[in-house]
Design a binder for this molecule. Structure first.
Ligand code: F6P
Length: 341
């Protein structure tokens, strides 16, 4: 088989582990040929690719980022590609295409699969918001980074009697905020799934100070919003990829809390630190398993599907199930934590 691989959307720790696993399984075990497209779908459309052999993936298991490069692509360009998909696949001589990516990439993969391209998806995102899979690789790494950051911030917050507002990633889903917040013992967690009341946060901090616990950690997802009338915060504009440009809730909330409490509040924006660097052992293993199963799926002709984790097993799930709805933090997960929501 001739298999094409690409990584698209925001990068994520574990991408290289998937690429390596695909090459090992396909080239070494199955005798396939693997080519890697550069910069996501852009490389596919421009015909920019390079052969991937065992040597080219040597030493990348633990490396963050993606050796292929990644990029977002405007929907219009992809629609044009779908219209020409037959020509595209003939020109490239592909028997299978494995796009590795998040919601946008998997939506694109689904569009291409529906035009008849032999596509097998591999889900990734630090946000863990893809339906049809219990976990995406990258999430564990991001939670680890955010947890360590909050552990560190706690000691300095306590020394200076400050409120630390720690903004983590999570555009539509608050999985990182929830799990890192729980792991670090944050005193409040704000997620996109439920608008938060600033009054509740003020009350929580005041109660802590009254108990002589003179610091607090507020973990806020970048996509969290205050409840209507709770504090001034306007919705961001939409960028060319259809994503909301956030107005910076971490900064704004810190200013608001400082003003209302009369105590120092500092914002800490973790940003892309959560996405960079080496993946955890958990993410390396999950990514490696996804790569192996994607090759097997290609050989079985399981197209229009993606690899998914269910419990401890890897299964194939229709791409349509993965992208119809995002996986949000359910109410019961919020109920299980003591932090203020
Ligand atoms: O979707 C993954 C993600 O890391 C989001 O959490 C975040 O909002 C976004 O990507 C950032 O994207 P970019 O790298 O384009 O700024």
């Amino acid at each position: 088989m001739r298999i094409g691989v690409l990584t698209a959307g925001g990068d994520c720790p574990g991408l290289n582990a998937v690429i390596r696993s695909i090459v090992h399984r396909a080239v070494a075990d199955r005798g396939d040929e693997v080519i890697g497209f550069e910069d996501g779908f852009k490389g596919l459309l421009d015909g920019r690719y390079r052969p991937l052999d065992i040597n080219s993936v040597s030493g990348i298991l633990a490396r963050g980022g993606t050796i292929l490069g990644s990029a977002r692509l405007e929907r219009d360009r992809l629609r044009d590609a779908c219209a020409n998909s037959e020509e595209l696949i003939d020109r490239l001589g592909l028997d299978a295409l494995i796009p590795i990516g998040g919601e946008g990439t998997l939506t694109a993969a689904r569009m291409l699969a529906e035009t008849g391209l032999p596509v097998v998806g591999v889900p990734k995102t630090i946000d863990n918001d893809i339906s049809a899979t219990d976990r995406t690789f990258g999430f564990d790494t991001a939670v680890g980074v955010a947890t360590e950051a909050m552990d560190r911030l706690k000691t300095t917050a306590e020394s200076h009697q400050r409120v630390m507002v720690v903004e983590v990633m999570g555009r539509h889903a608050g999985w990182i905020a929830l799990e890192a917040g729980m792991a670090a013992g944050a005193h409040a967690i704000c997620v996109p799934e439920r608008n938060f009341e600033v009054d509740d946060l003020v009350k929580m901090v005041e109660e802590r100070f009254a108990r002589n616990k003179k610091f607090a950690i507020v973990c806020v997802a970048e996509g969290a919003h205050p409840a209507e009338g709770s504090m001034p915060y306007e919705k961001g504009t939409i960028d060319q990829y259809g994503h909301e440009r956030f107005a910076g809730i971490g900064n704004r909330l810190a200013i608001e809390l400082e003003h209302r409490l009369g105590k120092e509040a500092r914002p800490v924006i973790l940003g892309h630190i959560q996405r960079g660097g080496t993946p955890t052992a958990y993410d390396r293993v999950l990514a490696t398993r996804f790569g192996w199963h994607a090759v097997e799926a290609a050989h079985r002709g399981d197209f229009g599907q993606m690899t998914a984790l269910r419990g401890t097993e890897i299964v194939m799930a229709p791409l349509a199930d993965a992208v119809t709805e995002l996986k949000h933090v359910p109410q019961y997960r919020m109920d299980e934590t003591e932090a203020v929501f």
